[in-house]
Design a protein around this ligand. Structure first.
Ligand SMILES: [Zn+2]
Length: 246
């Protein structure tokens, strides 16, 4: 169900997304011909300079073997199902330079200052999982990750993360949109916002959805803590070289 919703959401998302970003963040989205974008959504009903990847066949075989080893402890396989079997993540060079995060506090309907604290909570949960850090306080023009709020999202979602990445599979920007209301019009409380931010930041790091309810990346975001599977999947993602595993 979650995967089906994601696919349906992705089909119609591109035009909407480009329009939003051009309107809100002029110049922030790479317009290069090689960049591509993906949208990930969170269902709301209960509450989403390294060397180029070695593309040789033997390297891909090793990557596939590593993924198979971790299959029972991670949702990396489900992530790859959502990315056409391509590893996408931030470049290794960012392991020594934290990702910069811009938090846009637009006073949209339903916004409350608590939500910024909820986002910071989620940033804190992800910090330390990876050598890759997340540091708030950047401006929108220079930030790697931009977080904003909107009163409501379409398609039955409360969160959305759009990524841009280059042809090698390195993520270049992430845009996270958090809704202050669920699709039924109910205001999110701080607990749900924390779970939503934790989920969407996982997408911003390159993770796809889990099929296990207790994981932060389960399509219906309720987890307030990262599970062992969340942490292990993220670490594996940053152990593997970006690019196609086929
Ligand atoms: Zn999601």
């Amino acid at each position: 169900m979650g995967v089906a919703l994601l696919v349906l959401g992705a089909v119609g998302a591109d035009l909407v997304r480009r329009g939003l970003h051009q309107a809100r963040l002029p110049g922030a989205v790479s317009a290069g011909g090689s960049s591509r974008r993906v949208r990930r959504d969170t269902v709301a009903s209960a509450h989403g300079a390294s060397a180029p990847a070695d593309s040789t066949g033997s390297s891909r075989s090793r990557v596939r073997a590593r993924i198979a080893e971790e299959a029972d402890f991670t949702y990396i396989a489900a992530t790859l199902l959502e990315t056409d079997s391509t590893i996408r993540r931030w470049p290794d060079e960012r392991l020594s330079r934290p990702l910069t995060v811009c938090v846009i506090r637009d006073r949209v309907d339903g916004f409350r200052d608590d939500f910024v604290a909820n986002l910071n909570y989620a940033l804190g949960r992800w910090n330390g999982v990876l050598p890759l850090g997340l540091s708030a306080g950047a401006d929108s023009a220079s930030a790697d990750v931009v977080v904003t709020w909107t009163p409501q999202l379409d398609s039955g979602k409360t969160g959305r993360t759009d990524l841009t990445w280059d042809r090698r599979g390195y993520i270049r920007h992430a845009f996270v949109t958090l809704a202050t209301h669920d699709p039924s019009g109910r205001l999110l409380d701080p607990q749900r916002m924390s779970a939503l931010a934790l989920h969407e930041l996982g997408h911003a790091l390159g993770l796809g959805h889990s099929t296990v309810r207790e994981d932060a990346l389960y399509p219906v975001a309720t987890a307030l803590e990262l599970s062992d599977r969340d942490r292990r999947t993220a670490r594996l993602l940053y152990e593997l070289p970006p690019g196609s595993i086929r």
